[in-house]
Design a protein. Structure first.
Length: 177
């Protein structure tokens, strides 16, 4: 199960990176085509959909790797027992909120599909198609938080804390700035 989940998080991270590159390619391609006299309508819509996909698909991968924004000032001051309890509380709250987010996102996209919602821009594409990345990202982030909650409940350190410790051991404090 561990390998499957990590593969899923990594695949979402790679897919997010693909969308970041695709944003670059569409924007540069659009600029070049405009300079050559071609019309490039609809690229704003495509780029905005890819920005959303890149952001939401990257969240679980980022969270698991310790690159998500976390405020650890209080955690660093707590002893091991209290830190673990506080970590469990934070992860439990996050898991509940992320479950609600995933459900609401799914409902939102389902409604968009059910009502055959279309964008008002130049590209006639059912909106549920680009919105699906929102649901997928929300579900993956929920799974990542639940995964970490179970890990901490079993008495282990969360993956994001281990990743930060590994970076610090190598002398890499770039993510702490």
């Amino acid at each position: 199960m561990r390998r499957t989940l990590d593969t899923l998080y990594d695949a979402a991270g790679y897919l997010a990176a693909f969308f970041v590159f695709a944003i670059f390619a569409v924007m540069v391609g659009s600029s070049v085509l405009r300079e050559l006299g071609f019309k490039t309508g609809g690229t704003d819509d495509v780029v905005s959909w890819m920005c959303a996909a890149a952001a939401f698909l990257a969240m679980a991968h980022t969270f698991k790797r310790g690159d998500f924004v976390r405020v650890v000032l209080l955690l660093e001051r707590l002893g091991p027992r209290n830190r673990r309890l506080f970590e469990i509380g934070c992860l439990a709250i996050a898991t509940v909120f992320l479950a609600a987010l995933a459900w609401a996102a799914g409902r939102f996209v389902y409604d968009s599909w059910q009502f055959k919602d279309m964008p008002s821009g130049m590209i006639a594409l059912p909106l549920w198609i680009p919105q699906t990345s929102f649901v997928l990202g929300a579900v993956l982030l929920f799974l990542a938080a639940l995964d970490e909650l179970v890990t901490v409940l079993r008495g282990h350190k969360p993956a994001y804390a281990l990743a930060v410790e590994e970076r610090h051991a190598r002398g890499d404090f770039t993510e702490d700035l």
